[in-house]
Design a protein around this ligand. Structure first.
Ligand code: HEC
Length: 425
């Protein structure tokens, strides 16, 4: 834009001469921070108003905003704005980000440290933006700003708009790649557990036959269960992940994985058995979910399936820890390791959330393979995992090759049908 004016002659030259006086100050401002209200959201133009190179969003890259799926009132979240561009000649990076309710009003507030900064427009909208273009040869740059969510959810959803520039570093507004994007952080609402959504993590058996057992791995399905996806980093398992907590009859359950729609947790060993124990998902700063009842039995056996769909080929290993399958079938007389959950208490007891180490189950299971009784050599906590159990059983005699159904019975409860082992006589 500025360049175009300087190239002209005649009357335009006069204008240019006038501009030259004003220019240094203007250029100085741009080098530090872009002008406000150029995110492309809420009717704003974008950096492409001045910057040229490729058409808006026409370059080999993008800008992404790392906002949460929904916001927690009053909580401060770190929001990365990442600009990436695969061309080899990008040298300078810049951005601008806004957070507004759907009615256009400012939502929450930004704070930022260099190289990002925060400026407020005359109409009261805050913009997080680069303090100055960031010099870095490469294919991506991330600016991080802190965003404190509104004190309550009455304003509704928050719309984040960002514009990002992957510039060529020539200190002009030409030859640059401009990108925009938008994400919505939904208004906060209590987590919602689906009806019958608490199930054995191995079987996924649906209500009304969904039962769990003390110490078992369970999956919880629903919506708004966590603002982001997070996994436990170490053992013993934590009871809070990404601000999400699960209680079963008031006892905090160790968490393996949380996401907006699914949680994998361990039922505490401390649970008493009963037909309607309440599972509640609690999110920091929000109302608790409605309680979802689940039946807790002394045992609720489930064999993990290789596809993690509850049925089909079981997670069953040879003694050398390689998987039993059609390419490597089990032989009659061989000892196989059956991985399962829900076998209940062990002796000595394993602490809730802690890794097992071969402690035997209090109740002894029977195992049937293809309708025949299989000798059980061991039943206990799988070493190195929380909530995972292992049964070592001897494959009975068969005369024909096939996928034979494996059923565990313990404390009067049977594992579901449809989990198989490949046997080749
Ligand atoms: C009103 C015109 C205008 C708008 C709008 C504008 N810029 Fe610029 N920008 C310039 C000019 C002129 C320069 C070159 C002079 C300078 O560096 O100050 C520049 C330079 C830059 C540079 C350095 C470029 C390089 O190759 O060295 C970055 C980075 C940058 N702008 C980021 C942005 C971002 C991000 C936006 C949108 C949020 C934006 N600008 C919007 C006029 C503009």
């Amino acid at each position: 834009m500025v360049r175009g004016i300087l190239k002209r002659s005649g009357r335009a030259f006069m204008a240019a001469a006038f501009l030259l006086v004003a220019l240094p100050a203007v250029i100085y401002t741009f080098s530090l921070s872009p002008p406000l209200a150029r995110t492309g959201g809420f009717g704003e133009t974008t950096c492409a108003e001045c910057h040229g190179g490729t058409p808006l969003n026409g370059g080999p890259g993008s800008v992404t905003i790392g906002a949460p799926a929904f916001y927690t009132p009053g909580a401060t979240a770190s929001i990365p704005v990442n600009i990436q561009d695969s061309s080899s000649d990008r040298r300078k990076w810049g951005f601008e980000l806004s957070a507004r309710f759907r009615n256009g009003r400012q939502a929450g507030s930004f704070t930022a440290a260099a190289p990002a900064a925060v400026q407020t427009s005359g109409s009261g909208i805050q913009y997080a933006l680069q303090q100055q273009g960031q010099n870095l040869t490469g294919n991506s740059f991330t600016f991080t700003v802190n965003w404190t969510a509104p004190a309550d959810g009455s304003g509704g959803d928050v719309v984040f708009n960002a514009a990002g520039i992957a510039a060529n570093g020539d200190s002009s507004d030409s030859g640059d790649h401009i990108y925009t994007s938008q994400v919505v952080a939904a208004a906060p609402a209590a987590a919602k557990i689906s009806g019958g959504g608490v199930v054995n993590a191995a079987t996924f058996v649906a209500a009304p036959n969904n039962t769990i057992a003390p110490g078992a791995l369970v999956s919880i399905f629903g919506t708004g269960l966590a603002p982001t996806t997070a996994g436990a980093a170490a053992l013993p398992l934590p009871t809070i992940l990404a601000g999400t907590q699960v209680t079963i009859n008031g006892i905090a359950a160790p968490l393996i994985y949380v996401s907006p729609t699914q949680i994998n947790a361990q039922a505490p060993f401390e649970l008493t058995t009963g037909s309607a124990l309440n599972v509640v998902v609690k999110l920091a700063g929000l109302l608790d979910s409605a309680a979802e009842p689940v039946r807790v039995d002394a045992a609720s056996p489930g064999i993990f399936a290789v596809t993690q769909s509850g049925a089909g080929s079981g997670a069953i290993l040879h003694a050398n820890f390689s998987l039993v399958n059609s390419g490597s079938p089990a032989r009659p007389g061989e000892t196989v390791l059956i991985y399962c959950t829900g076998l209940g208490a062990t002796t000595p007891a394993v602490k809730t959330g802690a890794a097992g180490n071969g402690e035997s189950t209090v109740n002894l299971p029977t195992v049937s393979i293809g309708g025949q009784n299989a000798r059980v050599d061991f039943s206990g906590a799988a070493p190195g995992f929380a909530g995972l159990y292992q049964i070592n059983a001897v494959v009975p005699t068969f005369t024909a090759a096939g996928d034979y159904e494996v059923i565990i019975t313990i404390a009067g409860r049977q594992s579901r049908s449809g989990v198989t082992i490949r046997v080749q006589p």
